[in-house]
Design a protein around this ligand. Sequence first.
Ligand SMILES: Cc1cc2nc3c(=O)[nH]c(=O)nc-3n(C[C@H](O)[C@H](O)[C@H](O)COP(=O)(O)O)c2cc1C
Length: 201
Amino acid sequence: MSLPTALTAISEESLEALFTAARTANTFTDEPVPVEDLHRIYDLVKMGPTAMNLQSLRVLFICSEEAKQRLVAHMSEGNRAKTLSAPVTAVLAADNDFHEFLTQTFPHFAGAKDSFADETRRVTMARNQAWLAAGYFMLAVRALGYAAGPMAGFKAADMDAEFFGDSTWRSFCVVNIGKPGPDAWRERLPRLSFDQAARIL
Ligand SMILES: Cc1cc2nc3c(=O)[nH]c(=O)nc-3n(C[C@H](O)[C@H](O)[C@H](O)COP(=O)(O)O)c2cc1C
């Protein structure tokens, strides 16, 4: 793999697949998502930058029917049918003890782990950076030719009790993954313009 010394813009077709034509899917076909593609998704996501390279995102891929039933019990009513229709659903979580890995991921700073001794600071950072990586996650799903259906409508405390037990993982977003099914799209909602959302000084 060569270093990106001569960066070039990706094609218009790729921009459409990632951003301008890509949509949030609300139904899915039963075409399976191979396990290799779940690895490919994570292996793209992990390369996205995070503060101090702290990589607090954790992912639970729900593939089996039995696990899917456990999952939907904690989804809000309006999110159940679409979640059942998706071949794979990812529970995105933040690891509140991400700092345990800093000797591996930020080895040149010996004090890295101790700098997160304060729990409030650590949990805030874990969540912020996991959300950042959640954006990479959505784009990685799209980049591999699938539609993503992110959902915040679920009971996080119940989801954590169901899947994460005594661990330090805490769910914050659930993402359906697969090929879009019939009537997958809602009406495209308006976006804010550059002038509304950006300034140039
Ligand atoms: C973090 C997040 C949480 C969302 N939660 C829900 C949800 O609980 N239920 C739902 O039907 N859609 C949910 N959405 C979907 C958004 O409404 C949708 O992505 C947005 O309107 C853009 O749609 P588009 O990609 O088709 O333009 C969520 C999206 C995101 C990014």
